[in-house]
Design a protein around this ligand. Sequence first.
Ligand code: NAI
Ligand code: MG
Length: 477
Amino acid sequence: MKKYQHYINGEWVDSTGSETIAVVNPATEEVIGEISAANKDDIDQAVAAAKVAYESRVLVDMNPMERAKLMRSIADELRKISKDGGALLCEENGKLLAASEYEFLDAANYFDYYSGLTDKIEGQTIPVNNQVMDYTLYEPYGVSGHIVPWNFPISMLARSLACSFAAGNSTVIKPAELTPLATTSFFAQAVHNAGVPKGLINIVTGYGIEAGAALTSNLDVAQITFTGSVKTGKIILHAAAERAVPAVVELGGKSAAVILPDADIDKVVNATKVGIFSQAGQICSAMSRMIVHKSIKDEVLDKLSELAKSIKVGPGNEEGVDLTPVISEEQLQKVENYARSGLQAGATAISGGNRVDRKGYFFEPTIYADVRPDMTIAQEEIFGPFLSVLDYEDHEEAIHIANDTDYGLAAGVFTKDVDMATKTAAKLNGGQVYVNSWFTGSIATPFGGYKQSGYSREKGQQAIKSYLQLKNVGIQL
Ligand code: NAI
Ligand code: MG
């Protein structure tokens, strides 16, 4: 059994303790590797290394062009290993092999994108009076702590790390205990090969409740970034509040597509395929609800039922597969419970609703219609291949249903009428609104939540401000 180590201060090291965590391939239920479960001492060591690296000013004082070059070297290294790294990621996460390889390319793109900002971190001069010269400086926080989820282990890690690094921070990363292998091996190796000075980027594996909590409560961690569930996000916000440090939190969603009567139904079907069945629906901004006009409900449901029948379930490394397993037995059970609760509450199964009778954590492509807004399956994040379809008669009612959850991550509208599209987009509560499609964003577009889906924004140019603090300097002339 291969044992994967922490990457601390430029070296791969074991934990000080002996506890380990087995990592399982969700498609086969086989153990494929094990990691050290970090305790508080391991986290403290990584934070101490990051602090020394920060205070050495090796990154802070690096010429911005040099910092950019270093980031582009990381990008190059990530591209080189996308095939091998992707193969391991596919095994530990279960997602499609192509999507796994793409995560490394996506990560490379994050480093390239944010490398372009290193020399554009500009302050202002402020006219106070003619006896004072006043200016502002954006400075890094110091040690930045990142807690990463298992659904995009490499992409989401790069999303926050590239930004933090471009800003000049040292970073300690705690990957999800379900998917730590490609991160602590291939990703760390890419950072190492690129020649990143020791201590600037550290990766420590372990449980959230122990290693994650030790990171968020460490007094030397000056800024925190978290992506994951609302429940854990709130715990992390409490930890940040305890020490009055800022946190970027990107939490869950229950995102709805509103289908207007004139919608192009083929576009709705295509968006459903990527929106809720890619990555087995385990995407924070997944299209987990559809709110369809009564006049086209039957036609839409017929086509969705055909879509479900066409979806091929299987492991991520098999040719032609559309729907891969969910991450764990626990997650599978959770999805199964929602499926049962939906039927009990009176929803109609258009397709699926059961686990697939084979080894691995596979769940059928599931579409439930006649869902009412007050049902649990219309309110809670399921995080599986599970679409809840609701219907409506007038436009305001559709908007009301779409906005009537605790979440506000994404939303969508399908219509051929651009006027209705913009009016609807304006009224939907969501950090991003997709029109006639799903997941239209890119690295350059801001991403984040309204309401309990979190705050602050990742991606895009403004995200770098989350990793910088503002200093004002006044000079008496
Ligand atoms: P989680 O939010 O508990 O885990 C995410 C990360 O937080 C992991 O790295 C974990 O180790 C860490 N963590 C957990 N407890 C912590 C603590 N007390 N202090 C510091 N770090 C901690 O999510 P989990 O349990 O894996 O999944 C549960 C549900 O969360 C899913 O069913 C899904 O609904 C949602 N989720 C949403 C994600 C998103 O992208 N918005 C990603 C992952 C999960
Ligand atoms: Mg949890």
